[in-house]
Design a protein around this ligand. Structure first.
Ligand code: S3P
Length: 178
């Protein structure tokens, strides 16, 4: 089967949902940020600090192409992956792209907790973060909206929500079990 690429803003639930869908179907799950960290023996934050954002984006692009070669794989992309080079067009040619559309309130709540490992937002106050998310989403929407499919992923907080949302994803997109 061709790869499934989950795209969307930081905190939209790409990794949480991807992991749950993979566990229920037997697909392989890859979190692109984790994969990059393992391959380069550095955290995303360290890569940004050492090589700058440009250096991170080049590595991200190369690793995206590497993981897309795997069989039956669900890839949780980074929030910026579709917005650099021709990554979005490339993913649309290679597999199925799904944009996880999550409300700004949910993104803000999740990112207030998870901002520290994310270099683009690590130093922002709660209020600055909300403004940043709004502005960034507006800039990124032209890329996210090129996804083949769209899925609302607001409900992923409890185990029960995760499993319900993953089952809805599997049935909506007819994901076969492997
Ligand atoms: C980024 C999102 C992050 C990570 C990096 C940059 C972005 O991934 O790739 O910090 O530009 O939106 P997550 O969306 O998994 O947090």
């Amino acid at each position: 089967m061709r790869p499934i690429f989950l795209i969307g803003y930081m905190g939209c639930g790409k990794s949480t949902l991807g992991r749950s869908v993979a566990a229920l179907t037997g697909w392989q799950f890859i979190d692109l940020d984790n994969y990059i960290e393992q391959r380069f023996h550095r955290t995303v934050k360290e890569i940004f600090a050492e090589y700058g954002e440009d250096g991170f984006r080049k590595r991200e692009r190369a690793m995206l192409q590497e993981v897309a070669d795997f069989e039956n794989v669900i890839v949780a992309c980074g929030g910026g992956t579709p917005c650099f080079f021709d990554n979005m067009e490339w993913m649309n040619r290679q597999g199925t792209t799904v944009f996880l559309d999550t409300s700004i309130d949910k993104l803000h709540t999740r990112l207030m907790r998870g901002r520290h490992k994310r270099p683009l937002i690590a130093d922002k106050s709660d209020k600055e973060l909300l403004i940043f998310i709004r502005e960034a989403l507006e800039k990124r929407m032209p890329y996210y909206s090129q996804a083949e499919k769209r899925f609302i992923a607001d409900l992923l907080d409890s185990e029960c929500e995760k499993s319900d949302t993953a089952r809805r994803f599997i049935s909506e997109f007819n994901i076969p079990s492997i």
